[in-house]
Design a protein around this ligand. Structure first.
Ligand code: FE2
Length: 293
């Protein structure tokens, strides 16, 4: 962990930071081939340093994408609920939007923070990208935490927040997911994910650094605070993470594969491209244990 955004050529890959705070492009690697252990270790180091990394021009199948993700942890089969499952691989979710399916992921979130065992990494492969629009924004939640004052850090220390699947999926713009044959899938997801408590500030074992772990989509309240105290504090934190200096906004190209650490980022898929077509394949990598404070 260098904590410094500088271009470097590792023994097996080239890493070029895009912003000082977050984001790097990795070249000189073909993800269509099985990675050796040293290359996989350098990629993991780059993820820990830059939080989201991008591999341009990767022509890979869903099976290869899942095999790549498996180098970094457990890759679960995905339920057919919020997103369709790819017919060739049960671990690959299909995120597809067009004229009939307007994009609705324009809300700040960390993937699966509502789960008792949230995602560690997300691995997203761009298959079809609109000619304009469809960017994604990520936030460095280490930077967001570190920019808080010491009294605010002390106020948040040891606090637990409730994350709730239904905070997002009960909202009117998600109503289309609860119709027809999808209802039973969504109901199963709801029952599988009752509200769960996670630390508001997490210490990441590999880096020893603290990061904020809240997001507007799923963080319902901060436990032990009065309802209005909790709402005011969360509103402040949700606004705080919108600070441009903590962020990267990335313009996708077809074939780019992104990997990000959900423990220390939140992201937002800009929904400005309707009715154009956008198709992404997503694989997730599970953390080995629930978040620890
Ligand atoms: Fe997401």
């Amino acid at each position: 962990m260098t904590g410094v955004a500088e271009a470097r050529t590792c023994r097996h890959i080239s890493v070029r930071p895009i912003n000082p705070a977050i984001g790097a492009e990795i070249t000189d690697v073909d993800l269509g081939r099985e990675l050796d252990a040293a290359t996989a270790a350098e990629i993991l180091d780059a993820i820990l340093d830059h939080l989201v990394v991008f591999f341009p021009d990767q022509d890979i199948t869903p099976d290869r994408q899942a095999a790549f993700a498996r180098r970094f942890g457990d890759v679960p089969e995905v339920p057919d609920s919020m997103f369709r499952v790819h017919p060739d691989n049960p671990c690959v979710s299909v995120l597809e939007n067009d004229a009939e399916r307007p994009p609705t992921v324009n809300n700040w979130h960390s993937d699966y923070s509502f789960a008792a065992r949230p995602d560690f990494l997300s691995v997203l492969h761009a298959r079809s990208i609109p000619d304009v629009g469809g960017d994604t924004i990520w936030v460095n939640m280490y930077a967001a935490y570190e920019a808080l004052t010491d009294p605010m850090k002390a106020h948040l220390a040891g606090r637990v927040a409730t994350h709730d699947f239904m905070k997002l999926y009960e909202r009117p713009f998600k109503r289309h997911l609860w119709k027809g044959e999808r209802f039973e899938y969504m109901e199963a997801a709801r029952l599988e994910h009752p509200p769960v408590g996670h630390p508001v500030v997490r210490t990441i074992p590999e880096t020893g650094r603290r990061a904020l772990y809240i997001n507007e989509s799923f963080t319902r309240n901060i436990e032990d605070l009065d309802e209005r105290e909790s709402a005011s504090l969360l509103d402040y934190l949700f606004e705080h993470i919108r600070t441009p200096e903590f962020q990267i906004r990335y313009r996708w190209e077809p074939g780019t594969l992104a990997v990000w650490d959900n423990r220390v980022t939140v992201h937002y898929a800009v929904a400005d491209y309707h009715p154009r077509h956008r198709l992404m394949h997503r694989v997730t990598v599970l953390n080995h244990e629930a978040p620890q404070a």
